[in-house]
Structure formats: C-alpha cells, structure tokens
Design a protein around this ligand. Structure first.
Ligand code: NAD
Length: 373
C-alpha cells in the first residue's frame, strides 16, 4: 500500500517509507527543524527546505512523499525528502543567514538528503547551505547553479502541464482565463508563461488577500508590488476580495500555487472552472480530488504538474545548464501530464489514481533494481 501522504506517517508508514524522520534543534540560534527522508532507492533524495512559522512533521512527510512520487515519475536518479524550518521567512537577513547556516550544519550527517529552495527559502539560502556542507541544489548562478526560482523552472512546467491538459478539458490556452492562488516564485512565473501562450490572468491571491479583474490583470504591475514587499490587494484596478472567495472566481483554469490543502471537501464545490493544475505541493485533499473527479473536472496532480523545479535541480546536480533543464521540463512534465490524463480517460479513473499508478510502477521497478522488494 502506497499513500500520497494522507495518513499519519508516525502511525503508519508504508511500503515506500519514510526512511527517516529527524527532529533538529540548535537552541543557541533558535533553530527548530524537521527532515523527512522518505525513500532513497533511486539515489540521494532531493527535496526543498521550507521556512514557515506553522509547519509540522505531517506536512513535512506529505511533502517528502510528493517528492518521492515526483522524482520517480520523472525518472530522476534521486529519491524524495523534505525539510521544514520553523520561523518567519521575513526575519532580518542576518538572523535568517545564521539560522540557515545552523540548519546546514544540523543536516550535515544526513548525507542522503540534498536540500533545495522552497517556500521561505531561496537560491541565496542554498548558497549558504552549500558553503557550509557542500551539498545543496538550486544554487545561485554565480556558483554554477541553475537558479530555479529566477528562471521559473516550476512555473514553466505548470504552464506546460496546463497546455497539455487543456484539450482534455475542452479548452485551448488562447484566451483561457486563469486564477492563481499564490504569487510567489511558482505563481508569478506560471502567470508569465501562460500569458505568453495566450492565457489571461483574471484572479490572484497572496497571503494578504485577493484581487480579480475579468478583463485581465497586469502581471508586471503585480510583480512590481511583490518586489516592493507589498500585496496584490494594492493593485490599483480590479476588485479586491477575501482570500477564501478566490475559489469561486469564474475562470477556465484554477491553479493553487501556495500552501497545502487549498481545495478541500468544504470549498471544492465552489470552484467555477474546467481545469485545475496543481502548482503547489499537496494543495488538494483526497476528498476534494474525489469530488472533482465525480464532477468531471480535470485536475493535474501536483507531482505531475510542478516537477519543473526538481527536474532543473537534478540537471544542475549533474552539471547541466539552463537550456538542458528547460528542455527536460518540457519533455518530462508534458509527457507525464499526457500519459496521466490519457490513462485516466481510458481506465475511467481519476487523474490522481492514474498518476499514482504511474509513480508506483516506476518506484516498484526502482526498488526491485535495488532488491528492496
Ligand atoms: P513563495 O514563498 O515564493 O510564494 C508563495 C506565495 O503564496 C506568496 O505569494 C504568498 O503570499 C502566497 N500565500 C501563502 N499563503 C497563502 C494563502 N493562505 N492564501 C493565498 N496565498 C498564500 O513559494 P513558491 O516557491 O512559489 O511555492 C509555492 C508552492 O509551490 C508551495 O506549495 C511549494 O511547495 C510549491 N512548489 C514550489 C516549487 C519551486 O520551485 N519554488 C517547486 C514545486 C512546488
């Protein structure tokens, strides 16, 4: 039995993992962190380091499992892991550097774990980790990295997934109306790449609130607000709405690109779209996925749609360059999206079930090669 992270890992675990759950504390600098190494059959596990005040062991496990599935589905020579650091990512820069460097030293003995950037951390943070222990991906370009968030690796993949999935939902991207929850590294680049493909952003939220405009939002203006440390609710036109109303904004494609469990049993019925492309990790609960499938709403699962970042990270780890990474993202994310939705349609199962079957087949093969099964 393999789960997509919906059960308590401390109570269950399954045929895949987790291999290790490590709680880290360095009281002198106030470091509290958790690392979950889920499965390393394919190789050392790559997974982001998330910084937020309200993270948990369960969230960390679910994210690590998503990485195992993602890396296996993409045929990367890496297993899945994740780490969470308790803290406000907006803390003063010198304090954050101290915390990240302490985190790096705390994970030094976990040699099978290669951290990358995630919510609340970035290329600079990975540069600090690399400086301390020589092991991190998503590094600044100046030290040979492919800066995942600057080039928009994940957003590029989300846009590719949307393009491949659109015909399955009876859509084309030309003129498609898009709503995005989250306007960070993933959200902003997703918006830009989709706009290049002819789509129009009609709603966006950040942690403060949301803004909509059926005529289309100006992505550069939103980006300028973000760069100035302000919120999308300060956008001068459109209509501001509470965050929890974003789910009901009429659109063609709704894209969660923020925190877990954005779509749940209690709000999924309010969706007014034809396609959901999961940019965030674990943004849809299993109940909500079932409801979407019953309603005939097409949804591209997270570990299929948002693999762009880790694909670029794996290319970087192997010494590759940006062009190689972008080509690999197009091939792997596009191919897996098509395969998932075709299988779902042929077998009359949900895209999540089809994606899980794809990941499970590949993981089983990987584990057999290692005589783990
Ligand atoms: P980020 O920190 O750059 O941006 C997060 C955005 O979400 C911000 O705009 C923030 O204000 C907003 N947000 C936070 N809580 C919110 C809420 N409750 N309602 C609405 N908006 C909210 O993070 P990111 O790198 O863009 O990552 C976003 C998601 O994508 C995460 O789930 C992350 O795990 C996942 N992801 C990121 C990458 C990557 O390459 N960065 C790769 C794969 C998956």
């Amino acid at each position: 039995m393999i789960t997509h992270g919906d059960r308590d890992p401390l109570a269950f675990g399954d045929d895949i993992g987790p291999e290790k759950i490590v709680f880290l504390r360095t009281p002198s600098v106030g470091l509290r962190a958790i690392v979950v190494i889920d499965n390393t059959a394919a190789g050392p596990a790559i997974g982001g380091a998330r910084m937020a005040p309200d993270v948990s062991a369960l969230e960390c496990f679910r994210l690590a499992r998503a990485m195992t599935l993602k890396n296996a589905t993409c045929g990367l020579r890496h297993g899945g892991a994740k780490s969470v650091i308790f803290g406000d990512p907006g803390m003063p820069a010198d304090q954050k550097e101290e915390l990240i460097r302490a985190f790096a030293n705390a994970i030094a003995p976990l040699e099978n774990y290669i951290p990358g950037p995630d919510m609340g951390t970035d290329e600079t943070a990975m540069g600090f980790v690399h400086d301390e222990i020589g092991r991190a991906v998503g590094l600044p370009a100046e030290i040979g990295g492919i800066p995942l968030d600057q080039i928009g690796a994940t957003g590029y993949g989300v846009a590719i997934a949307a393009e491949v999935a659109a015909p399955f939902a009876g859509l084309t991207l030309e003129g498609a109306r898009v709503v995005l929850q989250g306007f960070g590294a993933v959200g902003e680049h997703t918006a830009r790449f989709l706009e290049l493909k002819g789509a129009r952003l009609v709603g966006v939220a950040d942690i403060t609130g949301a803004v909509t405009d059926p005529e289309g939002l100006d992505i550069d203006a939103l980006a300028r607000l973000k760069k100035a440390g302000r919120s999308v609710v300060e956008y001068p036109r459109g209509r501001t709405i509470p965050n929890d109303s974003l789910v009901a904004v009429p659109c063609d494609i709704w894209i969660p690109a923020a925190r877990p469990d954005a779509l749940r049993a209690d709000n999924v019925g309010r969706l007014n779209c034809r396609l959901v492309v999961q940019g965030a990790n674990v943004p849809v609960t299993h109940d909500a996925a079932r409801v979407m499938h019953e309603r005939g709403l097409i949804s591209v699962p997270d570990f299929i749609a948002n693999a762009g970042g880790v694909i670029a990270a794996a290319v970087e780890y192997d010494g590759g360059v940006k062009a190689t990474a972008m080509a690999a993202i197009e091939e792997k994310v596009g191919g897996n999206t098509r395969l998932t939705l075709q299988h779902a349609r042929e077998r009359k199962i949900s895209p999540l079930e089809a994606a899980m079957a794809l990941a499970t087949d590949r993981l089983t093969k990987i584990m057999q090669l290692r005589r783990w099964r």
